[in-house]
Design a protein around this ligand. Structure first.
Ligand code: KG4
Ligand code: ZN
Length: 351
């Protein structure tokens, strides 16, 4: 079975072909037109998707060595995301499915991230047999969920303010780094001292607040962000420049230690022996290393996506469609865009 996956929810235009569950192609074009604006400009993103979606899809078909007439199913992100951006991919995908007279599967972008550690190029990766804890950390989401073997999941924690990726990007901007600052902080942190300055770790055992943190799986990064800003304002420009790597490493350590502590606590709370990390921030080397160390200590298996599947990509859209179809979900004919698809805390969702 050949599935075409399409992803256009933010600033990556991507098409992928999945054949019998394994990735044959995954073509991604990252939009560079937003760099000077310090963030993604929605209208520019939509126009760029519109300009590229046909050629990116053609490239994915060519790379997989098939024609569009050999497609069996088309899947696309239906939300959450920028409404105009999602609509480009969703309309294109549904139009093509209609023209080819094949089924269409709408996919939730964040759910697709959750299952991205199990994207397979050689059938070597599969969803764990038991329940697992999923930490999904991107520029727009920070979710801690418990995923059951039938793919249903319960969200047990989420951010009360900024997403983890936003915390990287915004504190990086304060350091004078371009958008997206996450990967640059990661790189700088390699040569920095993470204990150079202790930034706050809200709602954890390391937090100075008297508020109870045990059993609280929510995240908050706004206090850390303000702490970085006020601390930077008190420093000389030359001092900041000299210690850029140390400051980046300290910011990264603050974000990462919260993510690791909460994930381990969520696994303990249900005696779960597997954790997966996904979303753009799962590309962070500090997070990968710390989470691996914590999981080894805890005797928990860690699942991480391949680097190329950590950030937005269409292979994860096709993979989730395939998982759903293999578990009996019926494909749809027409589906509306859901830009604000929400994740109600502790609400169990079934596919
Ligand atoms: O999943 P994604 O590509 O798009 C969204 O759905 O948001 O995630 C993008 C986010 C950005 O905030 C970016 O700074 C962050 O992921 N990111 C990183 C790294 N690579 C991407 N953050 C920290 N370290 C990285 N290596
Ligand atoms: Zn994403």
């Amino acid at each position: 079975m050949n599935i075409l996956g399409i992803e256009t929810s933010c600033d990556e235009t991507s098409s992928a072909i999945l054949r019998n569950g394994t990735v044959c192609s995954n073509v991604i074009s990252s939009q560079l037109c937003h760099t000077s604006f310090g963030g993604v400009v929605p209208e520019l993103a939509s126009r760029e998707h519109e300009r590229l979606i046909v050629s990116i899809t053609d490239a994915a078909l060519t790379k997989a060595n098939i024609t569009k007439n050999e497609l069996d199913v088309i899947a696309a992100t239906a939300g959450p995301g920028l409404i105009g951006a999602v609509m480009v991919g969703l309309s294109f995908a549904q139009g093509l499915a209609y023209a080819l007279d094949i089924p269409f599967v709408p996919v939730n972008h964040v759910e697709a991230h959750i299952f991205s550690p199990f994207i397979s190029e050689d059938a070597s990766r599969s969803v764990p047999e038991g329940a697992f804890v999923s930490l999904t950390v991107s520029g727009g989401h920070t979710l801690l969920s418990i995923v059951e073997p039938d793919l249903s999941y319960t969200v047990v924690g989420r951010t009360l303010d900024d997403a983890a990726g936003e915390a990287f990007d915004k504190t990086g901007k304060m350091l004078g780094l371009p958008y997206p600052a996450g990967p640059i902080i990661d790189k700088l942190a390699e040569t920095g001292d993470p204990s150079f300055h202790l930034f706050p770790r809200a709602l954890t055992s390391q937090s100075q607040s008297s508020k109870s943190w045990e059993g609280n799986f929510d995240f908050s990064f706004s206090g850390m962000k303000t702490a970085v800003l006020t601390w930077l304002q008190k420093q000389e420009a030359a001092f900041i420049e000299l210690h850029k790597a140390d400051i980046a490493a300290s910011i990264q350590a603050a974000i990462v230690s919260v993510l690791v502590e909460k994930s381990i606590a969520a696994a303990r709370s249900r005696c779960i022996r597997a954790i997966s990390v996904a979303g753009g921030v799962s590309a962070n080397s500090g997070l990968r290393n710390s989470m691996q160390r914590a999981c080894n200590k805890e005797g928990v298996k860690l699942y991480l996506p391949e680097m190329r599947y950590a950030t937005d990509n269409a292979a994860m859209i096709a993979t989730l469609a395939n998982l759903k179809l293999s578990r009996g979900m019926r494909a749809k004919r027409l589906y509306n865009v859901a830009p604000y698809a929400s994740f109600t805390k502790a609400a169990k969702r079934h596919h």
